[in-house]
Design a protein. Sequence first.
Length: 407
Amino acid sequence: MSWLDSSRDDQQRIRELLKLFSDTESRDELGIGQVRDAFSDLLFPGTSVLQTRARYLLIVPWCYQEAQRRGLRSDRLAAQVDRNERKVIAALLRGDDTEGVIGRRAGIGVRTLPSSIYAAALLRYGIRTGDDDAAPDRRLASGLAEADELTERSGGPWHPTLPGAPANFPNEVEGGLRLYPDEARWLRERLLAAAPNTLLAYLLEPEHRPSWDSQAPWDEPAALAAPEPIGSLVRDAQWFSLAMHGAALLYNLLVAERYEEAGLTEHEEPAALYGDKLLGWSDRVAAEHSLKGWDRSGMWSRLIEQNPRISANVKARLFIERWLDAVASGAAGDAATDPALRNLVGERERSVKKGQSRLVNDKLLRTWSGASGSRRLVFRWSQVRRILTDIHDGCAADLLEAAGARA
């Protein structure tokens, strides 16, 4: 795979799409990805499903600074940054805690480096103070040489108060991926300044630390109690996730029925499994009384403001609205047997996937994993929760040190 001519944002979207395809339960089989991503960007700006740990927001700039101190430019600068990143991978893998290390499996030969994964976040949070979209290279280094005079006047391409790299970096990474107190405080301040009035900023407050095992943002009491405009966005995301989960389960039921009709047996009685899951989903919807009075106009306004392309995607929005209407009216409670709803979901998947639809492609049907996009949408929560936890842990370490000094 190679990039011919695309912006960094385009490349990031493709990488995230590939990541979703590698997870059989989070694939976008019904073509609602634009809406899902708009929710994610509103709740947690600057994040992506590829991110793993918060300290990479410092490690990537440190890799560039080390190369820039050598006086390198253009391709030589990019090559040195590449080497620095791979040295960091090797150093992190020598540590005791390798959770979230990019390259944990592939080692220093990993193709997608942290600078690619965190490039958009560095700009969004103001850690990287200049854009480099003029270059199609996958890293930030391209374009730096051409901007030497400008960056000298503006204080450099990185935020002037960026914490310094640890000693012997990048050959050693003292602390691994654990944030030191000064680093955690600095990152917290940057995110609060760059993303105010978002759930991301709200959950960075010390009293709103997320629990380590919550499965979705609305599992956090603080998120549900958040002030406006955050609170209503969280509720919209929660209801959207719950409602659209039924469409995903119904799609899997349709595939399961066709799977059994084809005489395939690798997965045992999948139709019964998804029939039961749909019944459980229907019970959860019935218990969520707020869905019946859900005013979706405000939700659509915010989503379209975040991504205007949603407005132009008429087919996707029509499908979503028809399904949400069925959920709100209670008609979706019989989705497993309702011909109109079965046809709505089946036609949507076939129009999105075309010849790659498992509802028409026998070869792909035989390779079905037993679950395609069957999880609820949680809007990057597992990645965001880890990053929030890293920052909270670093700030808490500062408080513990202060308490120990007073004792």
